[in-house]
Design a protein around this ligand. Sequence first.
Ligand code: IPD
Ligand code: CA
Ligand code: CA
Length: 257
Amino acid sequence: MSSSILEAMIVASLTGGSILRKYFEKENFSVIQKSVSYDLVTNIDKESQEGINAILSKHFPDIPVIGEEGSIQTGKQSQAFYVDPLDGTFNFVHKYPFFSVSLGYWENNEPVIGVVFDPVRRDLFYGQKGEGAYLNGERIHVSDRTSLEGSYLVTGFPYKEGKHPRIEKEIRSVMKLTDLRVLGSAALELCYVAKGIIDGYWEYDLSSWDLAGGVLIAQEAGAVVTSPSGGSFDLIEGDVLAASPVIHQKLLEALKY
Ligand code: IPD
Ligand code: CA
Ligand code: CA
């Protein structure tokens, strides 16, 4: 069963990705501001969601889909697909080639399968619980760096200002040790932790569809995934810290400032 779910999720992610690739760098899409000036949605996000939902519901009509741009309700509560049809819309609109399609499949509030597709590089990341994480068929692992000094750390800024004072302090603390980046697609950032490119990543106030696929891929590549204060990761809370075990411990200390 789960291998056929993985197959359907891969087909769905490639379908969404081909829609994004078709419109990327073209001008013929409409952009709507959702909250702040950098919280955007386009008609392409919606077209990608429709393509993905059609595939998932055709193969698994009983499993609900929780999608950023459109959900499918069914009677089932114990299983769900979480779908972000375009993670990194701000980048997409600005023609910055770092965005993804993200799918997570969860059972009983536990991650089982993650699929994240980067349509620009044609990078297909996926993982299944207990079976490792892969990029285009090759097994991937978190970085083996042991020191925060000089490591590649990534964060992001929530749309709501509530957590900004805390993040400002965290940035000051971390930047005594190394540089810091904001790349703009939470799902892909988690996959770059899985690939060992990013040594550590944390962010607040994300949504379930941003995280549901990437956290499983990161965990299966050997990452520790918790909240940024070290508590257990909660998909609905949406606060995340992901890194190799060694960097995770050191980053937790650094974030206490
Ligand atoms: C956003 C991206 C971004 C994160 C934002 C998310 P969207 O998703 O994941 O990296 O910082 O909080 O909302 O809106 O492009 O799907
Ligand atoms: Ca997103
Ligand atoms: Ca999105």
